[in-house]
Design a protein around this ligand. Structure first.
Ligand code: FES
Length: 140
């Protein structure tokens, strides 16, 4: 299991896995949700979150940059419709390579990247963002 903080004091890349009303539920078929989470956790610290308010993209996974990646300009990358093992493997390989700010995003993952709607990012629209979504997009 990866550690939260490396010996050098840097924070590693982290993976946020949505598991709530849609992501990780029977509504998303053809995915072993437990295996997906376990596979991601083999490679980086994983945090399970409640609904991120983008259920149409289920299963949603957000990769947060390491401290080095953030310093290099990396920002959280949101992946949607991650519903097959190959996509999960591509994300884990990218995380192992350094993730946001440190490793170039493989072209194949462009198919899954999306920009969360403003409601999910900052919660200033008619539909308030979930607390989980707001936490993922803080700028501090
Ligand atoms: S359950 Fe994942 S975005 Fe709603």
């Amino acid at each position: 299991m990866p550690t939260e903080v490396s010996r050098g004091g840097s924070v590693p890349c982290r993976v946020v896995v949505c598991r709530d009303c849609c992501c990780g539920s029977a509504k998303v078929t053809g995915v072993d949700h437990g295996e997906q989470t376990a596979r991601l956790a083999d490679n980086a610290p994983v945090r399970i979150t409640g609904c991120l308010d983008v259920c149409e993209q289920a299963n949603v996974i957000v990769v947060q940059p390491s401290s080095a990646g953030r310093a290099a300009g990396g920002r959280p990358v949101w992946f949607g419709l991650v519903n097959d093992p190959a996509a999960t493997e591509d994300i884990t390989a990218w995380v192992r390579a350094g993730g946001p700010g440190l490793a170039e995003l493989p072209d194949i993952l462009d198919l899954y990247v999306f920009t969360p709607p403003r409601r999910a990012r900052v919660g200033r629209s008619v539909t308030p963002a979930t607390p989980a979504a707001r936490q993922l997009t803080r700028r501090d």
